[in-house]
Write a protein that binds this ligand. Structure first.
Ligand code: HEC
Length: 252
C-alpha cells in the first residue's frame, strides 16, 4: 500500500504458499483490457457467486460470499465503474492449486438472492452493510486455517499477512473490548484515524525492502463518506467485546 496509480484494476497480486494459500494464484486484470469480452451478467456472477465467464469456480480468496450480501444496485454500480477503468495490458499467470483443491474449488460457488441495502437511518444495520462491502469484517474477523471467518470471533482480528517487503502485519481487534480492542476509542478518534489520509498535506513514506507496511488501504478508506465511517463505528461498538491482544507489526 498505497496502490500504484495508473495500475488500478491491472491485477497481478500474488497469493502463494508462503502466504498460507493452497497453491499459487494471482488477482486477474479487471480493466477493459482483461475483461473485454465479459458481459455485465458474467461479471455479476463472478462478484456474487464466484464463477468466471467459462463456468469455472473462483478461489474464495476473492470474497464473493461477502459480496453476495450486497444490494444488486451497488454491484451494478461497481460493474459500471470498472468498465470505465483505463485499459492496462498485463500478463497474469494461470493459477495452480494443490491437488485436490483444484477439483474441490469447483464445488464451492452458491447462488444467492441478494438483499436490499438497509436504510441509512438504521445506523447499525447500515454500518454492518458498509463494513461487509468494504472488506472490514472479512479482514478483521479471525479466520480459521482455511481462511473462513469464525463467527464467534467477529471483529477480533489477529489474521496474519506476511509482507512482500518482509515482516508480518496482523489485523487489529476492532471489538469494543476496552483493553485489546477499540472500546476506548471515541467516534471522533475513529473518524480522524481515516480522515487524516484525506488531508492533502499527508505525505506517505516510501516503502523499501525490510520496511513494515500494512495491507489496510488507509488512503482509499480515507475517501469514504464521513457518515459511512460513523455508521461503521456505531456498528462495531455493538459487537461482542472480545479480548485478543494482537501484535499488529512484527519486524522481519
Ligand atoms: C486487507 C485486510 C484489511 C481490510 C480490508 C481492512 N483492514 Fe483494517 N487493518 C488491517 C490490518 C492488517 C491492520 C493493522 C495494521 C494497520 O494499522 O494498518 C488494520 C488496522 C485497522 C485499524 C487500526 C486499529 C488500531 O488498533 O490501531 C482500524 C481502526 C481498522 N483497521 C479499521 C478498518 C475498517 C473500518 C475497515 C473497512 C472500511 C478495514 N479496517 C478494512 C487489515 C484490513
Amino acid at each position: 500500500m498505497p496502490l500504484v496509480s495508473g495500475r488500478e484494476g491491472a491485477g497481478g497480486l500474488r497469493f502463494s504458499h508462503e502466504l498460507g494459500f493452497p497453491g499459487v494464484m494471482y488477482s486477474p486484470n479487471i480493466t477493459p483490457a482483461g475483461l473485454g469480452e465479459w458481459t455485465d451478467g458474467e461479471i455479476f456472477q463472478a462478484i456474487t457467486a464466484g464463477v468466471d465467464n467459462e463456468g469455472n469456480a473462483l478461489f474464495p480468496v476473492m470474497p464473493y460470499h461477502d459480496y453476495a450480501k450486497m444490494d444488486k444496485e451497488d454491484i451494478y454500480s461497481i460493474i459500471a465503474y470498472i468498465r470505465t477503468l483505463e485499459p492496462v495490458e498485463s500478463q497474469i499467470p494461470e493459477r495452480e492449486l494443490d491437488f485436490p483443491l483444484g477439483l474441490i474449488v469447483n464445488l464451492m460457488p452458491e447462488e444467492h438472492e441478494l438483499p436490499d441495502m438497509p436504510d441509512p437511518s438504521d445506523q447499525v444495520a447500515y454500518g454492518e452493510y458498509v463494513a461487509n462491502a468494504a472488506g472490514c469484517i472479512h479482514c478483521h474477523t479471525t479466520q480459521d486455517d482455511k481462511g473462513m471467518m469464525i463467527p464467534e470471533l467477529l471483529l477480533a482480528g489477529g489474521n496474519e499477512y506476511p509482507l512482500p517487503t518482509g515482516g508480518i502485519v496482523r489485523s487489529a481487534n476492532l471489538t469494543p473490548d476496552e483493553e485489546t480492542g477499540i472500546g476506548k476509542w471515541t467516534e471522533e478518534a475513529f473518524l480522524m484515524r481515516f480522515k487524516i489520509y484525506a488531508d492533502s498535506s499527508m505525505v506517505l513514506p516510501e516503502i523499501r525492502d525490510g520496511d513494515l507496511n500494512t495491507v489496510m488501504a488507509w488512503t482509499l478508506y480515507g475517501k469514504m463518506k464521513e457518515e459511512d465511517l460513523r455508521a461503521i463505528y456505531r456498528y462495531m461498538q455493538t459487537a461482542r467485546p472480545l479480548s485478543n491482544n494482537v501484535e499488529k507489526f512484527t519486524a522481519p
